[in-house]
Write a protein that binds this ligand. Structure first.
Ligand code: PAF
Length: 286
């Protein structure tokens, strides 16, 4: 007779209790940091963490420090009950759901600044964004002391910033980067996609198409950065529902400096606005 053992998942909202639960947990621990509104992209990280580790911890915290203006923060989708149900079904052991005051109590004054890498692309268009990300990720690492932490390639620059942070500060955490999960039409999964109107949603795959156009040129042997940037930009400009293009970039993976000639690994990335929604995506040339 087979017996199913009910899986118990603990939801914890204070630093002290979470630290204690992680100290007592069976190692290795895999941490998946999230801001909630979970989708199949997050769940692919959770599943990989489940396969690699004996304990899986997920954090759900909409981090005010990485948002530029309060509007965006307030509009960020939230669905704690739905998220917890999904995490239970995916066999998560510990969920960390701190409040803003728990993460940034009165008198909190220490910020993690990753330097030039964090000032490019997203950093230029969202000043202070990566300072907020690096600080909260450091704090999550310190509270949970994971052996591994999982991030999606969708936020390409974020993965580079976190890898650098973990290395520079000797965090002792293996940072695992997982592929972007896409809708059948190519749109990268993102919690923000639900904010698109039906018309914008229909037009949104143009972002991936633009990156693919650059990718195809590169596959055909084109190595001039400008040629790839122009091709991708042309595709984006042809879509009337793209209201603004923040950047189209072909950059080296070490420094994120724009490349004149592509030699090693490079990341083609872009950020666009469709109405009030800002979308980002990238493809790695390797
Ligand atoms: O990618 C995200 O959801 C966030 O930037 C992260 C890594 C959870 C930090 O708040």
């Amino acid at each position: 007779m087979t017996q199913t053992i009910p899986h118990s998942m603990r939801v914890i909202s204070t630093n002290e209790k979470m630290s204690q639960a992680c100290r007592e947990a069976v190692k290795p621990i895999g941490l998946v940091p999230t801001m909630g509104a979970l989708h199949a992209g997050h769940l692919s990280l959770v599943d990989r963490a489940r396969a690699d580790n004996l304990t899986v911890a997920v954090s759900i915290f909409v981090n005010p420090a990485q948002f530029g203006d309060n509007d965006d923060l307030e509009k960020y989708p939230r669905d704690l009950e739905g998220d917890l149900e999904l995490l239970r079904r995916h066999g998560v052991d510990l969920v960390y759901t701190p409040t803003v005051d728990e993460v940034y109590p009165e008198g909190f004054d220490t910020w993690v600044d990753v330097g030039p890498l964090a000032g490019k692309l997203e950093g230029l268009h969202r000043p202070g964004h990566f300072r907020g990300v690096a600080t909260v990720v450091s704090k999550l690492f310190n509270v949970t002391r994971p052996d591994r932490a999982y991030f999606g390639q969708k936020d390409g620059q974020q993965t580079l910033v976190v890898l650098k942070l973990a290395k520079d500060l000797e965090m002792g955490v293996e940072v695992v980067v997982m592929p972007t999960i896409r809708e059948p039409d190519g749109l990268a999964l993102s919690s923000r996609n639900v904010q698109l109107s039906p018309e914008q949603r229909q037009a949104a795959p143009v972002l991936y198409r633009a990156l693919c156009r650059a990718y195809r040129l590169w596959m055909d042997g084109e190595r001039r950065g400008d040629a790839l940037r122009e091709a991708a930009r042309e595709e984006l400009q042809a879509e009337p529902r793209v209201d603004a293009i923040d950047y189209v970039s072909v950059a080296g993976m070490e420094t994120l400096d724009e490349l004149e000639q592509i030699e090693g690994r490079a990341m083609v990335s872009a950020a666009v606005h469709m109405g009030a929604v800002r979308l980002i995506d990238n493809i790695v040339l390797e």
